[in-house]
Ligand binder design. Structure first.
Ligand code: ADP
Ligand code: MG
Length: 394
C-alpha cells in the first residue's frame, strides 16, 4: 500500500467502526475503475474494446455477520447512505439508490447457487468520480463480488466476476451495459490495456508503453439527464439495425461486419438514423483493431489519430457526446504535444482521455482548463493515470 492508500484505508476502517461498533475481524478490499482507450459502444455489438483498469476505484471494509442482515454504508454518500437489508429479501422490486449495485451482485450470486450462508456488513469509499464514465458502478460491482468470493470462499474467477457484475447491472439496475466495464475492472493488469473481443470474450493484454507520454483524463463534470435511457436507446437502435441486416446477410452481431461489407449492405437498414448508429458500431470496431496494431508497432501517432476519429464518430454518428465534452476534445486537438483525445465511457457528459507528451502535460491542463472555463463556465478536473491491476485484498 502506498501512503495515500494507507491514509484512505485507515479512514475507511474508522468509518466502519463508527457505523458497525468496532473493527474486529474486518478485511480490506479494492476494485478499480477503468478508462477505455478506444472501442466505444462496441461491446454490446460483438465488437472489440481496449480499456485499462485504473489505480483509482472503490475500497471496501467488510466482515461476515452471524445473522442474515446485509448492512451497507458509503463514505461518499450523504446521511441516507446507510441501509440495512435481509439476505432473504433481495428481489429488486421496491429498491432504489446506490445500494442496488452491491445488492444486485449478492442477488446474482444467489441466482447462481452462491447465496452467502450469513449476512455481512460493508463500508465503502470510492476515490473515483461517480457518473463520469470511469465506471465507478462496475468497480462497485466487481468489488462486491470480490468481497463475497473472499468472505465466503466462492470459487469464481475474474471473468465470472465480470459476468456477474454485468448481469446484475443489466437485470437489477436496468442498465443494459455491455461487458467492457466489469471485464476491465475484474481483469485489469498493471501497465497493460485489455484488447477484448466481446463476441467470445477472448482477450489479450497489450503493454501500454507510452515512452515519454501519459494518459490524461479530463472530467467535464457534467452528467446530462437520460444517460441510462440514452444508452439503452442506442443499444435498441443497434439491435434493430442488425435485424434489418439479418434479412440480407447471415450475421449475428454488427461487430462481424467490416466497413466494406457494411457499405455494401447498409441499404437494408430502414432509416438514416439507424444507419448512422450501425455505421459507428462497425467503423469503431475496425478502428479498435487498427489501433492495437498501431500501438504494438509503437505508432502512438497513428493510435492518437484513431482516437480522434473515434470522437468524431461518437459525436456525429452515434450522438453520445455533448457540447461540454466536445469542447474538451476539440480544444485538446489544438494543443501541442497531444497525440489524440476522445470522449470515453458511455457519453452524455463525463470524461475525455488523451495521450499527452510528458513535457506538455502542465500546459495541456492549464490551456484546456482555461478554455473550458471560458466556453462553458465550468471547472474541469484532471487526472494523470497509469493502467492498474484488478481487484485485490489489501
Ligand atoms: P459511472 O459508472 O460512469 O461512474 P454510473 O452512473 O454507471 O456512472 O454509476 C454511478 C453510480 O454508482 C452512483 O450514482 C452510485 O449509485 C453508484 N456508486 C459508485 N460508487 C459509489 C460509492 N463510492 N458510494 C456510493 N455509490 C456509488
Ligand atoms: Mg457505470
Amino acid at each position: 500500500m502506498n501512503e495515500d492508500e494507507k491514509k484512505l484505508t485507515t479512514e475507511l476502517k474508522a468509518a466502519f467502526a463508527a457505523q458497525y461498533g468496532d473493527e474486529e475481524g474486518v478485511r480490506l478490499f479494492f476494485a478499480p475503475g477503468r478508462v477505455n482507450l478506444i472501442g466505444e459502444h462496441t461491446d454490446y455489438n460483438g465488437g472489440h474494446v481496449f480499456p485499462c483498469a485504473l489505480s483509482i476505484g472503490t475500497y471496501a471494509a467488510a466482515r461476515k455477520r452471524d445473522d442474515r442482515k446485509i448492512r451497507l454504508f458509503s463514505m461518499n454518500g450523504k446521511s441516507d447512505s446507510f441501509e440495512e437489508f435481509d439476505l432473504d429479501d433481495l428481489e429488486p422490486a421496491g429498491k432504489s439508490g446506490w445500494t442496488m449495485y452491491p445488492l444486485g451482485v449478492v442477488w446474482t450470486f444467489g441466482l447462481r447457487g452462491m447465496l452467502p450462508e450469513t449476512g455481512f456488513e460493508m463500508a465503502i469509499y470510492g476515490n473515483i468520480p461517480n457518473g463520469s464514465g470511469l465506471s465507478s458502478s462496475a468497480s462497485l460491482e466487481v468489488l462486491t463480488g470480490f468481497v463475497l468470493k473472499n468472505l465466503y470462499g466462492f470459487d469464481v474467477d475474474g471473468v465470472e466476476l465480470a459476468k456477474i457484475g454485468q448481469y446484475s447491472e443489466n437485470n437489477y439496475n436496468g442498465m443494459k451495459c455491455g461487458i467492457m466495464d466489469q471485464f476491465a475492472s475484474a481483469m485489469g493488469k498493471k501497465d497493460h490495456a485489455i484488447f477484448l473481443d466481446t463476441a467470445d470474450l477472448t482477450y489479450e493484454y497489450a503493454p501500454v508503453k507510452l515512452d515519454g507520454m501519459k494518459l490524461v483524463i479530463a472530467n467535464s463534470r457534467v452528467k446530462h439527464q437520460l444517460t441510462d435511457s440514452g444508452y439503452n436507446d442506442r443499444r435498441r437502435t443497434c439491435e434493430e439495425a442488425l435485424e434489418d441486416l439479418k434479412k440480407v446477410t447471415g450475421i449475428s452481431a454488427l461487430g462481424e461486419l467490416t466497413p466494406e461489407k457494411y457499405e455494401e449492405l447498409k441499404g437494408a437498414i430502414r432509416d438514416d438514423d439507424h444507419r448512422r448508429k450501425a455505421k459507428h458500431a462497425v467503423y469503431e470496431n475496425d478502428r479498435t483493431i487498427r489501433a492495437i496494431k498501431a500501438l504494438k508497432a509503437g505508432d502512438i501517432e497513428g493510435f492518437g489519430k484513431l482516437m480522434n476519429e473515434s470522437h468524431v464518430s461518437l459525436r456525429d454518428d452515434y450522438d453520445v457526446s455533448c457540447p461540454e465534452v466536445d469542447v474538451l476534445a476539440e480544444t485538446a486537438w489544438t494543443i501541442p504535444g497531444v497525440m489524440g483525445a476522445r470522449i470515453t465511457g458511455g457519453g452524455f457528459g463525463g470524461c475525455t482521455v488523451a495521450i499527452v507528451r510528458d513535457e506538455s502535460i502542465e500546459r495541456y491542463i492549464e490551456v484546456l482548463g482555461r478554455t473550458y472555463k471560458e466556453k462553458t463556465g465550468l471547472e474541469a478536473e484532471f487526472y494523470t493515470v497509469t493502467p492498474g491491476d484488478g481487484p485485490a485484498e489489501l
